[in-house]
Design a binder for this molecule. Structure first.
Ligand code: HEM
Length: 385
């Protein structure tokens, strides 16, 4: 897990579609297959729109997890059309490239403020001081979460994400359920308040839509708040750590700031923040000559797809000027990341400001990865300016 890329290379070469006993899933490691399956409507993030748990040979989740699934399954990421189409349409207006572009000055101001403080102090932990607060503040402001409550978001999100790791422990499951329940309760109160006294924020806008049930409203807000920062935090940390491990590329970027847009895409490719997404097989399929029957799950290895030599020249090389970079880090198909334009603005602004204001930024100590495989990120990243 510390460095999965060599194992991925073996898989792509020797067994690009292989059954993985410990999780009972088919591992898909080639870019072409991952990309095709993400777009293939014979697979889904859920099967519950076409079959019951029993029909898929699965057991319903244990009763105690009900508050968790109630929140998660009400958001667009865990449903399929037609519900997905409806939910995504209701929210997507707030995330068009044009809408998001209008947020750029505010994103720049928040990033600038955080980075000025970081630089004045002579550095510190980039994760806690810049990488986390920037996207959390941006998405919390968009939704209209009062400033005094924002400290609650990060722990709730981290606890909820614990359920997405492979085989979460019973303790991690209970923690995730408790967090989902508390988060939902908090948002329910806030949404009712905003329905009564609307403000100029996304929760007020969503609360005014009759078409949205209360569960869907809560599920949507939890999804936006969590997805709206988790991966961005990790791209910031993993990205800087990648630059420190490839100092010639950092120098190249410092000398040619015009490379920043391609550099951000390359950092997202080279050390992929979300390593794997799963899909249920809803109809029999064939992938690379292998028959995969209805009812099983495939694990799409994004980290592997992003290092596939069939698509990327010299894929293990970090190249901040890489022009042709169809990385898959934002997904593909109907669930393609809704927040991609926003994430890109946040990353461009924070990397840009840090390059400008900390020309001598250096690593204090080698960072430690957070435990976990699916969500790949650093515990902390101690830097000096
Ligand atoms: C660099 C940061 C980010 C990365 C790498 C990322 C990655 C992804 C990926 C891979 C998916 C699709 C998952 C799948 O197909 O199973 C996704 C979906 C989503 N992302 Fe992001 N994301 C990022 C930032 C954001 C931000 C800032 C938002 C802000 C709102 C956001 C909101 C969403 C939403 C709502 C979905 C669900 C879309 C749907 O189901 O139609 N993401 N993201």
């Amino acid at each position: 897990m510390a460095y999965p890329y060599d194992v991925y290379a073996d898989l792509r070469r020797a067994a690009p579609v292989s059954f993985f006993e410990p999780t009972g899933q088919w591992l898909i490691s080639r870019h072409a297959d991952v990309n095709a399956l993400l777009r293939d409507r014979r697979l889904g993030r859920s099967y519950l729109h076409v079959a019951t748990h029993e029909e898929f040979g699965r057991q319903a989740e244990p009763e105690f997890q009900e508050p968790f699934w109630r929140v998660v399954r009400a958001g667009m990421l865990d449903v399929e059309p037609p519900v997905h189409t409806r939910l995504r349409r209701l929210v997507s207006k707030a995330f068009t490239p044009r809408m998001v572009e209008s947020l750029r000055p505010r994103v720049r101001a928040i990033a600038g403020g955080l980075i000025d403080t970081f630089v004045e102090k002579g550095g510190g932990d980039l994760i806690a001081e810049v990488a986390e607060p920037l996207p959390v503040t941006v998405i919390a402001e968009m939704l209209g979460i009062p400033e005094a409550d924002r400290h609650l978001l990060r722990p709730w999100s981290a606890d909820i994400c614990g359920m997405y790791e492979l085989n979460p422990s019973p303790e991690a499951q209970h923690t995730a359920v408790r967090a989902a329940d508390e988060f939902a309760g908090y948002l329910k109160d806030l949404a009712r308040e905003r329905a009564a006294r609307p403000g100029d924020d996304l929760i007020s806008a969503l609360a005014a839509i009759d078409e949205l049930t209360e569960d869907e409203l809560i599920g949507t807000c939890v999804l936006l708040l969590n997805a709206g920062h988790e991966a961005t935090v990790n791209v910031t940390g993993n990205g800087w750590w990648s630059l420190f491990r490839n100092p010639a590329e950092l120098v190249r970027l410092r000398e040619d700031r015009g490379l920043l847009p391609t550099a951000i895409e390359e950092l997202m490719r080279w050390d992929t923040p979300l390593q794997m997404f799963e899909r249920w097989v809803l109809e029999d399929i064939e992938v690379g000559g292998v028959e995969i029957p209805r009812g099983v799950e495939v694990a799409l290895l994004f980290g592997s797809a992003n290092r596939d030599p069939e698509v990327f020249d010299d894929p293990d090389r970090l190249d901040v000027g890489r022009a042709d970079n169809p990385h898959i880090s934002f997904g593909a198909g109907i669930h393609f990341c809704l927040g991609a334009p926003l994430a890109r603005i946040e990353l461009l602004e924070s990397f840009g400001a840090l390059l400008d204001r900390a020309p001598k930024l250096e690593l204090v100590r080698e960072p430690v990865w957070k435990p976990g495989y699916v969500i790949r990120g650093l515990e902390s990243l101690d830097l000096a300016v």
